[in-house]
Design a protein around this ligand. Structure first.
Ligand code: SF4
Length: 689
């Protein structure tokens, strides 16, 4: 007899991983998810990638936190054995753990900071930043947007007055030309990549610009493997051609844009022949790409952290924005600027104010009138000084200025650059409170650990890369004595003197709509009913007639190429670029505890050009040691013929070989994003295993 499908309860929710925000139906039996199914969401049209399809079992991993933990007296703050990670902790009651957590957070505001999460809901992000701003009374609150698209948002706010995408990924179906630069959607936004491939099959022309090379190359009209860190040189050379050959949209420029003359003059110094040896792309190819993009009736630019994670990340984004604007490729069908957001709710967490210089809806803390609105709504004076960013918090902790932190769902002990520095900073705090579902590398350094809710155990709203707010619904119960994140934040708030009594996410969302005009017209009931609503005002394509700037026009800002902080030399002859792999997500805290995903990609690998590997005398699978000026890791060698010689890639999700031990903490001066994409390293053969 054929096996009968298991009887399940079906809950409509979302995938917990990337910013695509695929809609999912969870099939639940005996309190556990047994399978998932893609729903007909705008962003996924029933599709799911391997993470959405198989990465749902992590909440039941044997190391799931189910009780509050307090560090044993005198236990050293150090990374713990993954097989027995609880050695240095004892279990505690919620009252004891919360009292202890709150007591250590009663300090002068400048000694306190909070890191919220792009994986949590909009309501959690909003309450977390409100707690830091009103309970801690500081703007020292940030989250991992600092490490992914801070520079894109800085340039977008400056250029077009809005930090979000101007058109959804699905608009590639209407684009004549699609540019993917500094992004690897096949690995990092796989369902979005499927939309791009479909568009190419229907006739769109694709330009891929990626120093590493990637799977989308075989769909591309032009595949530009430019030299790592020379983005501005390449983009300004393209702009040079468009200006010199008068290929720009003169009507759009005249009506919608300021600063064209200064930009045109600036890019005169970037002739393709001059830039070709700098960026490694032939002048004729630069010209061909410029003509293709500028003469298209519609074109979209999608970019990722290959653009943003540089000391010149803001300049990279400025050049991309200028490219789209002078060709009129914004505000029209099939056209737009789309920084592919990383985590599932990094857009929503940023909108909700998990940013040290911005209140919710990107209202600057330093602008008195805007701050006053929140002071009136929240009933207390707020700090007018922008707070510390992620990497600045670590520096302040090591310098002794920051003494206590509250970290909810982030893992800076894996995601920050120069991990020895970041881990020393976290370990050196007087008091570290971590709220998470596992004993992450960060939680291992905590004084108190608060067991929280996994994605499928909570209800909340989440905003995907397309600005689409969608409902995530609780599908399974919390294990043991783990609690809802909203409950934990409120319990801490009460112990810090705030009289908060939100009944649940609906009430928090209702408050958000009163202080965030971008949520105008959206209610919890509508979200429940419709499942997803695009902001603002349901518009998928923005800025068809004006930009949200003072004069309604976009501003062109010339980009100057700032060289990467490190280049190769005799001691460190390779450039390391870091990123993700298809099967794992971010620091691996969820996917590495998901059985299928970890079996598919169980070990750390250092990916190297085969000729470089041969020169080192190492075969595939042989052990390599990789060293930078900041640290070293050891991992298996993996040849990749797409990588140019001299470039090395490593994913940053493996705790046993953490790539960020090597990365450079130098910051983009404007966005304070670290240069995670360019670090000088050397490789040493360790012999076969
Ligand atoms: Fe989940 Fe992203 Fe994959 Fe969709 S593309 S299933 S949101 S990881």
């Amino acid at each position: 007899a054929r096996p009968q499908p298991e009887a399940t309860t079906q809950i409509d929710s979302l995938c917990p991983y990337c910013g695509v925000g695929c809609q999912v139906t969870y099939h639940v039996a005996d309190g556990a998810i047994v399978r998932t199914e893609g729903r007909d969401g705008l962003a996924n049209e029933q599709r799911l990638c391997v993470k959405g399809r198989f990465g749902f079992d992590y909440p039941r991993h044997r190391h799931r936190l189910t009780m509050p933990l307090i560090r044993k007296p005198g236990a050293p703050k150090e990374p713990l054995d993954p097989a027995d990670p609880f050695t240095h902790f004892r279990e505690a009651s919620w009252d004891e753990a919360l009292d202890f957590a709150a007591a250590g957070l009663k300090r002068p505001p400048s000694a306190l900071a909070g890191l919220g999460s792009a994986k949590g809901s909009n309501e959690e992000a909003y309450l977390f930043q409100k707690l830091v701003r009103t309970g801690f009374q500081t703007n020292n609150v940030d989250h991992c947007t600092r490490l992914c698209h801070a520079s894109s948002v800085t340039a977008l706010l400056e250029g077009i007055g809005s930090g979000a995408v101007t058109a959804p990924v699905a608009e590639v179906a209407n684009a004549e030309v699609i540019v993917v630069i500094g992004a690897n959607p096949t690995a990092n936004h796989p369902v979005a990549a499927s939309f791009i491939k479909n568009a190419v099959r229907k006739g769109a022309k694709l330009v891929v610009a990626d120093p590493r090379g990637q799977a989308l190359d075989r769909f591309a009209e032009h595949s530009l493997r430019f030299r790592s860190g020379t983005d501005v040189a390449l983009l300004n050379a393209i702009l040079h051609v468009i200006v010199c050959e008068k290929l720009y949209d003169a009507d759009f420029v005249a009506a919608r844009v300021t600063g064209f003359e200064a930009l045109a003059e600036h890019v005169m110094a970037y002739a393709p022949e001059v830039m070709a040896p700098v960026c490694g792309i032939e002048a004729d190819t630069i010209r061909a790409v410029a003509r293709l993009f500028a003469t298209a009736r519609s074109a979209m630019i999608l970019w990722g952290m290959g653009i943003s994670q540089h000391a010149h990340g803001t300049d990279n984004s400025r050049a991309l924005i200028a490219l789209a604007l002078i060709c009129g490729h914004v505000g029209r069908k099939g056209s737009g600027l789309h920084p592919l957001r990383g985590q599932n709710n990094v857009q929503g967490a940023s909108d909700a104010g998990l940013i040290p210089m911005m209140l919710p809806d990107y209202q600057r803390v330093g602008e008195e009138g805007r701050r006053a609105r929140f002071e009136a709504a929240w009933g207390m004076d707020l700090d007018p000084t922008p707070g510390l960013t992620v990497v600045e918090m670590m520096d302040a902790a090591l310098a002794g200025r920051l003494r206590a932190m509250y970290v909810m769902g982030e893992n800076p002990a894996m995601s920050d650059p120069d991990l020895s520095h970041a881990r020393a900073a976290l370990a050196g705090l007087d008091h570290l409170v971590v709220q998470d579902i596992f004993l992450t590398e960060t939680a291992m350094l905590a004084d108190v650990v608060l067991p929280a809710s996994a994605f499928a155990e909570k209800t909340g709203s989440f905003t995907n890369t397309d600005r689409h707010i969608q409902m995530g619904r609780a599908a399974v119960p919390l294990p043991g004595d783990a609690r809802q994140d909203l409950w934990i934040i409120q319990e801490l708030a009460r112990r810090l003197g705030l009289d908060w009594r939100y009944s649940g996410p609906a009430e928090v969302f209702a408050e958000m709509t009163t202080v965030m005009p971008s949520l105008g017209g959206i209610t919890w009931e509508r979200l429940e009913r419709e499942g997803g609503i695009t902001t603002p005002q349901g518009k998928a394509i923005l800025f068809d007639d004006a930009f949200p700037t003072q004069d309604g026009k976009a501003r062109l800002v010339p980009a100057s190429g700032i060289a990467p902080a490190e280049t190769v030399d005799g001691d460190y002859p390779f450039i390391l670029t870091t990123g993700r792999v298809l099967e794992h997500w971010h620091t691996g805290s969820m996917t590495r505890r998901s059985e299928v995903l970890d079996q598919l990609r169980p070990q750390a690998e250092i990916t190297v050009n085969p000729d470089d590997l041969a020169a080192l005398g190492v075969a595939e699978g042989g052990r390599l040691r990789m060293e930078s000026r900041r640290g070293a890791v050891e991992a298996a060698a993996k040849p990749d013929p797409r990588l140019p010689r001299g470039l090395v890639f490593m994913a940053f999700c493996y705790g046993e070989a953490a790539a960020n031990m090597l990365t450079n903490p130098v910051l983009d001066p404007m966005a304070k994003i670290p240069e995670l994409k360019v670090s000088a390293v050397r490789l040493l053969a360790l012999g076969e295993v």
